[in-house]
Design a protein around this ligand. Structure first.
Ligand code: NAP
Length: 333
């Protein structure tokens, strides 16, 4: 099997390398692609140094079976035809094609079947905040249909890429040394701050990130659920957290929910507040599951439940989910 990673030098690209290294996929050849910035740089994979090729409109993708693409929506749009025209399946981490009718939007724990219908040979990986949300919601949906969701996110700096993570570290160092911090990747200084602004704002005053949570959740879950989100950037390096309030058609008790989460694929239950057991981003960074805790009845609604969830968005929210899509296609599930 021949695999390509497009955007190999990035936060998600580097995670692809680590995940492919650790899983037993039968990879005969791995190709790495990037822009002029990283072309020529080498990365080690299974004991071999592989040089990054410049992504161009040529025949480099001939013979490639799967292309794992994470180089931004503009690059995905521009190169989709080049990547897929010789038969490669493109698993795309960007937002370029997520809402297109003929592009499945897949989280294997929820809708692996959808990946089988990809007439353009493009399968989209959902937005990172949506992936961890739907893995958790899927467990509750099996108990009773979820009619609406309120969610507030606490999104780490790395959600905006490798350079954004460096900027946060640099801001703390600059401030400690009495220097003016550099602010380029975010609208404001993130160190010692929170920024309720991720992606651009849309006509209804929700940000695009917030609208992705509404629209993508409906598409993945094949549901009429309404999702109202507030997305906030927080000064955490890696792993996103979410406060979630759900309303179901019939009342679901916290005990029932706890039991459902404990059995759900991809979910780890961490819910013993008295013993200080609840998920947090720092200790869970670099791990695969979606962690759920703080489960309780919503005091404002008879049919309401509330919980807290954390997941490493570069793993389950991006690279791992894409590799799981690839694995599920190989397994023919
Ligand atoms: P990043 O750290 O900034 O990396 C961007 C990557 O894209 C780099 O490898 C860069 O290569 C490559 N690239 C940019 N323009 C290119 C071009 N014209 N041709 C070829 N390669 C190009 O960003 P990231 O966080 O990894 O995100 C990458 C994609 O994944 C984005 O679409 C993002 O929305 C999505 N995503 C990210 C996360 C996350 O948590 N970070 C989660 C889900 C989805 P060079 O270094 O050579 O320029």
């Amino acid at each position: 099997m021949k695999i390509a990673i497009v955007g190999a030098s990035g936060a998600v690209g580097q995670e692809f390398l680590r995940i492919l290294e650790s899983r037993a996929l039968p990879i005969d050849e791995l190709l790495l692609f990037g822009s002029e910035r990283s072309a020529g740089r080498t990365y080690r994979f299974r004991g071999e140094e592989i040089a990054v090729r410049l992504l161009q409109h040529n025949d480099d993708f001939r013979g490639v079976d799967f292309a794992l693409v994470s180089a931004g929506a503009g690059t995905s749009r521009e190169f989709a035809e080049t990547i897929t025209r010789h038969g490669a399946t493109m698993i795309d981490n960007s937002s370029a094609f997520r809402m297109d009718d003929d592009v499945p939007l897949v989280v294997p724990e929820v809708n692996a079947e959808d990946a089988k219908h990809a007439p353009w040979r493009i399968i989209a990986n959902p937005n990172c905040t949506t992936i961890q949300l739907v893995v958790a919601l899927h467990a509750l949906e099996k108990l009773s249909h979820i009619t609406r969701v309120h969610v507030a996110t606490y999104q780490s700096a790395s959600g905006a890429g490798a350079a954004a993570m460096d900027e946060l570290v640099g801001q703390y160092a600059d401030l400690a040394a009495g220097r003016e911090p550099t602010v380029e990747k975010f609208a404001f200084q993130l160190a010692y701050n929170l920024i309720p602004h991720i992606d651009i704002f849309t006509d209804n005053d929700y940000s695009k990130e917030e609208m992705k949570m509404h629209l993508e959740t409906r598409k993945i879950m094949h549901s009429d659920v309404r999702v109202s989100a507030t997305c906030v950037r927080v000064p955490v390096l890696r792993a996103h957290s979410e406060s979630v309030w759900v309303e179901t058609e019939r009342p679901v008790s916290a005990a029932e929910a706890r039991e459902a989460f404990s059995r759900a694929e991809g979910v780890v239950l961490m819910d013993d507040p008295a013993a200080k057991v609840y998920p947090m981003p720092l200790p869970l960074t670099g791990t695969d599951p979606v962690y759920v805790g703080r489960i309780r009845q919503d005091l404002t609604s008879e049919n309401g439940l509330t919980f807290w969830c954390v997941s490493d968005q570069i793993r389950k929210g991006a690279a791992l989910n894409a590799v799981q899509i690839l694995e599920s296609l190989l397994a023919g599930r």
